[in-house]
Design a protein. Sequence first.
Length: 476
Amino acid sequence: MDKLKVLFAASECYPFAKSGGLGDVIGALPKAFPKDEVDCRVILPKYESIPWKYVKEFEYLTNFWVKIGQESQYVGLFKYEFEGVTYYFVDNEHYFKRPNLYGYYDDAERFVYFCRAVLEAIPYLDFYPDVIHSHDWQTALIPFLLKEQYAWHYTNTKTVFTIHNMKYQGEYGFDDVKGILNLDYFPAQMEFYKNVNFMKGAMYTADLVTTVSPSYAEEIKDPYYGEGLDGVARDISWKEIGILNGIDEQTYNPQTDESLFVPYAHSQKKKGENKAKLQEYLGLPMKDHVPIIAMITRLVDQKGIDLIMGVIHDILQMDIQFIILGTGDSEYENKLKEIAYQYPDKMRAIIDFNEDLSRKIYAGADMFLIPSKFEPCGLTQMISMRYGTIPIVRETGGLKDSVQYYNNVSGEGNGFSFKTYNAHDMLFTIQKAVGMYYDQPDQWKHLMDNAFNTHYDWRLAADIYEYWYKKITGRL
Ligand code: ADP
């Protein structure tokens, strides 16, 4: 049988453009499919921020125009082969020659344009996909547009839509977007309290809907997690599944990671050398016996920053060092800087998005805190375990599916966790972890070994995606 052809349409992909976990997923999953079975390619916006070392290698394919409202918009198409995967880039300087990926007044128009450009680019690609797999609200329009406006074009193409985060849905006033959508009727599949909701449209029109962990797939059917779309999630549960993300174990490999001060594998001693260098680098006291608790995160409500704020002084009463790297809400950014200023010997708050530093922290820290209110999958717990750093997480979504509380009798488990979204439950759990670090070094070493030996390789997830692609395209 022919290879299955899958086209990922997404707004982020590491190492070209990344603002969070979506970028990691799109950068890693296509590489994980068996090459002789699945030809998975990726199409992305050609952002200005893509490093020049890649852009200079791009091959120009063609250009054409798409209709967005009354305007015709230019689409330049580029192609790039990188680490065994074919990438396509959609070029339009009006929409994508900007410093950031998102956060602009016309984001709706930018991504309506992108979705339409993808659907109209395919005939120029020499690659007719069996499946178009779109991700999150930015590309959520693809299944809708394919069914409503391009069905005659793509009679044999199925659509998959993955929800990486239900919080961001792409919701807009119908009057604001009907022009750019080229729609003269109100689309029922997207109707959301008199607005249009791109994510809802994808959930109803895609042939398969996935989320990034089995627990989150269940949680979103509950109003607490469903962000207003829990009813839709229940309605489509017959075609919705949760597949736990993995991490790219080549990219995140402490043995080969060029950002690290000292490469290592399963070595507590060499990890300790990274810790000393990290302390020196950040101007913290170089005390090897003091545990470093780290966070690398978007500074938004989802990530439990309010829990941290609630008990930060209690956390800092312990003999620990606390490092947080992140960007996000300015209120959180300012508050964290202020607290770090009060504890110069114990805390650093680095308000930056810095891939290089993030890896130094994964390697140098002892514990990694993720107290999320909700977490569709979460990758930082998987990355930290790969670097032998012990996760302390709230039991939600993918955190629940990937971190098991360490049992010091059976010796099983790879981290610490707490159930209720409550600052003191979190504090208590951190105290337990710090207590074990100080008082039970043998247990701690065993726990580190368990973390090192935890693998969330993408191949496991890729097998499940492949099974479902085959199922919806009638190949099983
Ligand atoms: P989300 O996608 O919700 O932000 P994930 O845990 O799925 O959360 O993925 C976060 C990814 O972004 C990880 O690769 C993490 O290392 C990275 N990251 C988050 N904040 C920063 C930052 N300030 N600097 C560098 N990398 C970051």
